[in-house]
Design a protein around this ligand. Structure first.
Ligand code: PLP
Length: 440
């Protein structure tokens, strides 16, 4: 049953905070997608989170299907993580020296992802991918990076490019402020198109340092790799002496205990050379990592010539949160994520079908998204070819009924192991009206 008798439409405290924020923070937000520009309306300023629930500044409660865009896999303020954070914080916040928590976190990651011999801890997914491409360039002595349209790897200059077609054309920067020279060293190809990758390597293989790909893209909505695609990337990169970087910032430790690699790997021809991680491994705190083959990682300072550093890298409190979160990710947790995700997705699909709303649900482990179109999506062009107005109406109906979806049609929905039956029932109860709204 809905928690409130009245739909949540009036949010004066969030509106006041947005006005205050907008005076001192561009757009009132510290990350653009939070601003609700794609869906309109007032972003909810959250005051608290507990398990699967968020409480906004007006006291409204929502079932959270964002989960901080992935990290909150155990739910908000999980008691074990909270205890680990309190214990670590009581012993000091940051030392600027090595400390044990970061070692334990690195060991946990290395133990889980078989091809990863070593990791370096950083503070965000963006830093992880930025450092991984610098390392790949340093290792190979080459400059060019291949990425796929619709894959997001953080706001790294060279990786913001997503436009541009074909091998001969340099990609245009998507963001003002990205130097043409930087975007010009990025080749952007359509996802799931191995022939395009082969053509790019045939032409410029000797210049290409690395291919970076989301292990399973979640940033254009969920678009899983076609069978053999990642394996094909492994084959082509290896043949040309380029590295393969698998970005598991979103999928890592969420799709399985060892990420999407745990579902799909190992590949014929070997594992990716480098991986990037973030989100779940920080348990909601700013920590992330990149890692992989020992001989490649040995190029990093202070062992080797590729410089990379950070005042707060390996922060003891963040490392404690990440470690407690990873240790909490038991088999039962992954089973629960699957049950919750499938229950919600199946019900959403059934209600949209009943309301005659064209849609397609796509999966990567327990990550899923609902595309408002009737055909499968295999690449960015397909993802963009959907009814975003229908999504907007669906989103606002869910929000008014106390269910907070990601405020964009191009995102995965995230669940947590704390989504109990009451939270799931609340989502299911909201779906029929939202599906009708989408149809209207
Ligand atoms: N890589 C992927 C696959 C991501 O999904 C994200 C963020 O959503 C990033 C990198 C960047 O991570 P961060 O936002 O922590 O910089």
């Amino acid at each position: 049953q809905p928690l409130t008798d009245q739909p949540i439409t009036d949010v004066p405290a969030s509106a006041a905070l947005l006005a205050r924020a907008s005076a001192v923070i561009p757009g009132g937000v510290n990350s653009p997608v939070r601003a609700f520009r794609a869906v309109g309306g007032t972003p909810r300023f959250m005051a608290a989170g507990s398990g699967p629930w968020l409480t906004d500044a007006d006291g409204n409660r929502y079932v959270d299907l964002i989960c901080s865009w992935g990290p909150m896999i155990l739910g908000h303020a999980h008691p074990d993580v909270l205890a680990a954070v309190n214990e670590a914080a009581a012993r000091g916040f940051s030392f600027g020296t090595p400390s044990e928590n970061e070692v334990a976190l690195a060991e946990e990651i290395v133990a889980r992802v078989e091809p990863v011999d070593q990791v370096r801890l950083v503070n965000s997914g963006t830093e992880a991918t930025m450092s991984a491409i610098r390392l790949a360039r340093g290792f190979t002595g080459r400059d060019v990076i291949v990425k796929f349209a619709g894959c997001y790897h953080g706001h790294v200059d060279a990786l913001l490019a997503s436009a541009g077609s074909g091998v001969a054309t340099f990609a245009l920067p998507d963001s003002a402020g990205v130097p043409r020279s930087s975007a010009g060293e990025t080749i952007v190809l359509p996802y799931n198109d191995l022939a395009a990758v082969e053509a790019a390597f045939a032409e410029r293989g000797h210049e290409i340092a690395a291919v970076i790909t989301e292990a399973a893209p979640g940033n254009m909505g969920v678009v899983p790799p076609a069978p053999g695609f990642t394996e094909g990337l492994r084959r082509v990169t290896a043949a040309h002496g380029a590295l393969l970087i698998s970005d598991e910032v979103m999928t890592g430790f969420r799709c399985s205990r060892s990420g999407f690699y745990g579902l799909e790997g190992p590949y014929a021809g070997g594992a990716p050379d480098l991986f990037t991680f973030g989100k779940v491994m920080g348990g909601g705190f700013p920590t992330a990592a990149f890692g992989g083959r020992a001989d490649v990682m040995a190029m990093l300072a202070p062992e080797g010539p590729v410089y990379q550093a950070g005042t707060l890298s390996g922060n003891p409190v963040a490392s404690a949160a990440g470690l407690a979160t990873l240790r909490g990710c038991t088999d039962e947790v992954y089973t629960r994520l699957d049950v919750v995700a499938h229950t919600i997705a199946d019900a959403a699909s059934a209600e949209l079908t009943a309301a005659s709303v064209p849609h397609t649900v796509q999966w990567a482990g327990s990550m899923f998204s609902v595309f408002f179109r009737d055909r499968p999506v295999t690449d960015y062009d397909g993802a963009r070819d959907q009814d975003t107005d229908a999504f907007r109406r669906f989103f606002h109906s869910m929000l008014a009924q106390g269910v907070h979806l990601p405020p964009s049609a191009f995102e995965s929905w995230f669940v947590s192991a704390s989504h109990d039956d009451a939270a799931v029932e609340h989502v299911l109860a909201a779906l029929p009206a939202a599906a009708r709204a989408a149809a209207s």
